[in-house]
Design a protein around this ligand. Structure first.
Ligand code: THU
Length: 134
């Protein structure tokens, strides 16, 4: 399965329009590529109680897993700051549950045409994962 990073970035930006972020004003979109080519998008969803907020990346992962998908190749993340946007620690932990840290690509977008990619293991080294639960 070829990974079309530009397409994922565009889908992440498209998903950003649905962000519900009245408290931070920080709108984020994500697009998650599954092993079979299916793409799930997500946006951040905030809450008046603040802590229940869900990041765009986790929204995409939870949408996919709740529909039976567990094989993932890459995720693109797009924000509004004009800077490369990296997933928070909680989202990295959630990605680690389902994604191969040596191959899964995390694509950080700066704008619609500028982005950089990292392996999950680069962004989240020495992670705790299910392989530690022995
Ligand atoms: N946020 C994301 O959705 N993804 C990230 O990678 C960083 C942060 C959201 C959470 C919160 O709704 C807002 O951005 C500000 O932190």
């Amino acid at each position: 399965m070829e990974i079309n990073m530009q397409n994922l970035v565009e889908k992440a930006y498209a998903a950003k329009q649905y962000a519900y972020a009245p408290y931070s004003g920080f709108h984020v979109g994500a697009a998650l590529l599954c092993g079979d080519g299916t793409i799930f998008t997500g946006c951040n969803i905030e809450n008046a109680a603040y802590s229940p907020a869900n990041c765009a990346e986790r929204t995409a992962v939870f949408k996919a897993v709740s529909e039976g998908y567990r094989s993932f190749l890459a995720i693109a993340v797009a924000g509004s700051s004009g800077e490369y946007l990296a997933p928070c620690g909680v989202c990295r932990q959630v990605l680690m549950e389902f994604c191969d840290p040596d191959s899964f690509l995390v694509i950080l977008a700066k704008n619609q045409t500028q982005y950089q990619s990292f392996r999950l293991g680069e962004l989240f080294p020495h992670a705790f994962s299910k392989t530690d639960l022995v």
